[in-house]
Ligand binder design. Structure first.
Ligand SMILES: [Zn+2]
Length: 334
């Protein structure tokens, strides 16, 4: 078998990775910077801090997309956005990075293409959420090839961003819209307590396919993806089957579903439920105003999600959907 140098393995990782996002490149930089600090045992918080600082620097000003899928943002982009908009402080950001950003990249970094055997644990091993242990080869390549390796990482990072930008649509506008929702939004709350309330206005049927739902399979779904609108307001929540929820994923629903959501919300407004007021505060005091603000949110989500539509649950037919035949729907949506 051929003998390779440590630096050959390193370049194999950096240049032949399956790069759907920039995580791996950022970790490469982080590892070299940690080697520069000279400690072979690294606290998880220090690892998180150096990694976060790399993204803060990278995402300064008008930055470019960090992953291939135009409808999503990477965990790191979301953390840095929250930090920049004052939703979280730096210490919280470091903790979030440590808990949420490394699940894939740390275990998978030492891979060439999809092969994990070749590199093994040449550069580090880790104790998840506790310590990272740098191995000698990491210090050696840092010592010998530092500038070349940093330059290569920089070039690779830019190359990926360029490639991602090509598949993304109106990146800046989409970013501005996400920022607005981020500032006005709030962190995830437990939404399952809304189930009995929603059942009353939706019936015990799935919002997307119209078939009955068993109690054991009720999911509360954000019609406009939470990833975009960043809140759990009741006007955007519906009940669905787990499988329908899964099919829809983070796509934008077809307009017929959104028309149904507008009608569903009018059913709530026609009641005397105290939550009426919350919907009126969020969307407006008249049916026309509420419909207008809802469609405004829909258009915003369309700009962010572009053509990532989810037309229909298999077999769904609006004409036969029992929701539209119900008395309360007819009464509240003349
Ligand atoms: Zn369903």
């Amino acid at each position: 078998m051929d003998k390779f140098d440590d630096v050959d393995y390193w370049k194999g990782i950096i240049l032949y990775g399956l790069n759907q996002a920039t995580y791996k490149i950022a970790l490469g930089k982080t590892l070299l910077e940690l080697a520069e600090e000279g400690n072979d045992v690294v606290d998880w918080s220090q690892l998180s801090k150096v990694y976060l600082d790399n993204y803060i620097k990278r995402l300064k000003g008008t930055h470019l997309p960090q992953q291939n899928n135009p409808t999503r943002k990477t965990k790191m982009e979301r953390i840095v956005d929250s930090l920049r908009k004052g939703k979280i402080n730096y210490d919280t950001a470091v903790i979030q990075v440590g808990q949420e950003a490394f699940n894939d990249v740390i275990p998978r970094f030492q891979t060439i293409g999809t092969n994990k055997e070749i590199v093994g644990e040449r550069f580090y091993h880790f104790d998840h959420c506790k310590k990272l242990y740098l191995h000698d080869p990491t210090f050696r390549i840092h010592e010998e090839f530092k500038q070349e390796l940093f330059d290569e990482l920089e070039a690779r990072w830019s190359l990926l961003e360029g490639a991602f930008t090509i598949v993304h649509g109106d990146w800046q506008l989409s970013n501005d819209i996400r920022d607005i929702y981020l500032v006005n939004g709030y962190s995830r709350t437990n939404i399952t307590h809304n189930i009995p309330f929603l059942q009353g206005y939706q019936g015990n049927t799935c919002f997307y396919c119209g078939e009955p739902i068993r109690d054991t399979d009720i999911h509360v779904d954000h019609v406009l993806p939470r990833q975009v609108i960043q809140h759990d307001e009741i006007w955007n929540l519906v009940l669905s089957h787990g499988i329908c929820n899964l099919h829809k994923n983070d796509a934008l629903v077809g307009k017929h579903y959104f028309e149904k959501l507008v009608a569903r919300n009018e059913n709530i407004m026609g009641s005397n439920h105290p939550w009426k007021k919350k919907i009126a505060d969020a969307l407006g005091s008249t049916p026309a105003k509420r419909a207008k603000s809802m469609w405004h949110h829909y258009e915003n989500a369309r700009i962010v999600l572009r053509n990532n539509y989810w037309e229909n649950s298999p077999g769904y037919n609006r004409e036969t959907d029992p929701f539209f035949k119900r008395l309360i729907t007819k009464l509240n949506n003349p």
